[in-house]
Design a protein around this ligand. Sequence first.
Ligand SMILES: [Zn+2]
Length: 223
Amino acid sequence: MEKLVKGVHAFQEEIFRSERELFQRLAKGQSPETLFVTCSDSRINPNLLTGTNPGELFILRNAGNIIPPYSEIPCGEAATTEYAVAVLGVQDIIVCGHSHCGAIDALLDPDTTAELPAVRAWLAYAQETKRIVDENYGALSPESRASIAVQENVLVQIEHLKSLPTVAARLKDHSLGLHAWVYQIETGEVFAYDRTSGQYVPLSDDVAKVGVRSRGSSAIRPI
Ligand SMILES: [Zn+2]
């Protein structure tokens, strides 16, 4: 804790002081253009990764960057997304998975969650990912399967996003972009799903502009 308290004081004395105007403006309201959905993993820093400031990303995080499909059951992910889309009017939603994701490893090896009932129940929202990997990528090495599972899971969760009524409405009038990203912790690279090739490719303006509407039919290659 000591490090964190020191950090808060340093923030107040150095960063806040030099960025006072920004924080005064943010106190009046927020208008982020992007909802950034990613894993809770401590190695991901969405603002650092995207060069954004406070006020620019509406961030939703949980184990495995999962969005449960729409249902009547109260759900934090659905509520957060609904607010971002219908009230804040974000223009884009990025779902960003990452390499070496513990949630995805647990999904592929259910024995590891035998004593973790909450995690096991949560990962039920990613079972479609496991099914896709088991059925299509059985011949790959465990490392490649894990990499593929991260990539496929982002696409599965994007499908879930589309089941939210507010998201569906904005997609219908073409006012919302969906983007599937994967961040490689060890290289700093970010890959985006390219619907033309049906593969994840290094993030570029062109790929980001198009976004992802649905998964292509080709098998994905490990990145
Ligand atoms: Zn993770």
